[in-house]
Design a protein around this ligand. Structure first.
Ligand SMILES: Nc1ncnc2c1ncn2[C@@H]1O[C@H](COP(=O)(O)OP(=O)(O)OP(=O)(O)O)[C@@H](O)[C@H]1O
Ligand SMILES: [Mg+2]
Length: 400
């Protein structure tokens, strides 16, 4: 059920009884790894106050991919903003004061309840994926990478432009990186309304409520932004994300979802509702390792192989790995090669996706072809794109 990972015996003694009768204590990473191998059904790892923060974060990040149902909770003698942010980014579910037995027990109970739900998802997800494909409504495309900074937001914002085809199709771009989402800043939008505002409406959210949450960007494109504060989105549940996507599907032709660089409850809801998965990697070993682990996780969750599209971003980087090497080692084809170009950060700084700012750019062409060949996009005369975005561009957001 629960494993307490704590190197110091004096901390193990008071903590273990709080975690219930079945809890086991381990004191080294090797013991933990061995225990997890022998007991793959364990649903909670509590990292005690004596564990190293980096080690706990690495553990959580690995578990999230190898066993998404298993939660990690971190106990500290002192909880500060930096620890919270680092832990949250790694996918640790909660950080709790070790000296507060009630809080430790509550956090453990919450995590176990969530894990019990998640453990039952793999079968449901496979069924949901094919049911979603059959049902009427928007195609849902989730852009994901288990490593930060690979280019998810760049790809998702540009895909939204490609799929909108100059306003002939309706696209909803959802920023599901609720803690550190960059869609608003990338498109220079002011997040006056966000996913966090859906919480009060919950299951009552309908088309009218959804309209109130959307921010128009360009012809055919509306965004559902991430909240401005890193903790504002913490009450957005998996069920709410599923509901928001369901409503959006009745209003748009495409729902494109940008994600954080880890799997959490909200991301699982998006993956669950997706018809296509765009998996972004860069040609470096950590990104490719994380992509391999993601593909394995997708296998585990029975997401169809033919709906996964691997995008190699900065594909031309001279780092000793060729696209052919990468395809061979990953055993999956690469569906799009996006070159590295300083024009991309420049376009981000200007708040206009490269595909709109420079439709003939090699990066724009790669993303447009991905949309056309794999995601059901329609072609649009390149010359018309830029002028529409000039007209539609919003005033620059003030970033404080
Ligand atoms: N092909 C490219 N060439 C040059 N710069 C790029 C390219 N792709 C992305 N970038 C830049 O790399 C940075 C990271 O890109 P982006 O924000 O899209 O990554 P991300 O995966 O969304 O990151 P995070 O995990 O933090 O959300 C940005 O500054 C972006 O402008
Ligand atoms: Mg991003």
């Amino acid at each position: 059920m629960t494993i307490l990972f704590e190197p110091l015996r004096r901390d193990t003694r008071p903590l273990l009884p709080l975690l219930g009768d079945g809890a086991t204590a381990v004191s080294t990473p090797d013991e933990l790894a061995e225990h997890l191998t022998r007991n793959p059904g364990e649903l909670l790892v509590v990292c005690g106050p004596g564990t190293n923060l980096t080690e706990s974060c690495d553990l959580a990040a690995n578990l999230r991919l190898t066993n998404p149902a298993t939660g990690t909770i971190l106990l500290r003698h002192k909880v500060d903003a930096e620890t919270l942010t680092t832990a949250m980014r790694a996918g640790i579910r909660e950080v709790v004061l070790a000296e507060d037995p009630g809080a430790v027990q509550d956090a453990a109970a919450r995590s176990l309840a969530l894990s019990a739900q998640l453990a039952g998802t793999s079968v449901a997800l496979a069924a949901a994926a094919s049911a979603a494909e059959e049902a009427e409504g928007a195609q849902v495309i989730t852009v994901f990478a288990a490593k930060g900074g690979t280019g998810k937001t760049m790809v998702s914002t540009n895909l939204a432009v490609a799929l909108a085809a100059g306003g002939t199709r309706r696209v909803c771009l959802i920023d599901l990186d609720l803690a550190f989402g960059d869609v608003a800043i990338t498109l220079q939008q002011v997040p006056e309304k966000s996913m966090a505002d859906a919480v009060v409406m919950a299951e009552r959210l309908d088309v009218t409520g959804m309209r109130a949450l959307l921010t128009p960007y360009a012809p055919g494109i509306e965004t559902l932004l991430a909240p401005p504060g890193p903790t504002d989105g913490e009450h957005v549940s998996r069920a709410l994300v599923a509901h928001v996507i369901k409503v959006a599907r009745t209003m748009f032709d495409y729902v494109v979802i940008d994600t954080p660089p880890y799997v959490n409850d909200q991301v699982l809801a998006a993956l669950d509702a997706s018809h296509r998965y765009v998996l972004v990697a860069t040609p470096d070993i950590p990104a490719l390792k994380n992509l391999r682990v993601t593909l394995d996780m997708f296998d585990l969750l029975s997401y169809p192989k033919d709906r996964r599209f691997v995008v190699l971003n900065r594909a031309d980087a001279k780092v000793g790995l060729t696209p052919a090497d990468i395809e061979a080692s990953l055993r999956v084809p690469i569906s799009a090669h996006i070159p590295s170009s300083r024009d991309i950060p420049v376009s981000v700084n200007q708040g206009v996706p490269i595909l709109a700012a420079n439709p003939g750019h090699p990066a724009s062409r790669a993303i447009r072809e991905l949309a056309l060949n794999h995601l059901g996009g329609v072609p649009e005369p390149v010359a018309e794109v830029r002028s529409r975005f000039r007209i539609a561009r919003r005033p620059q957001a003030v970033v404080s």
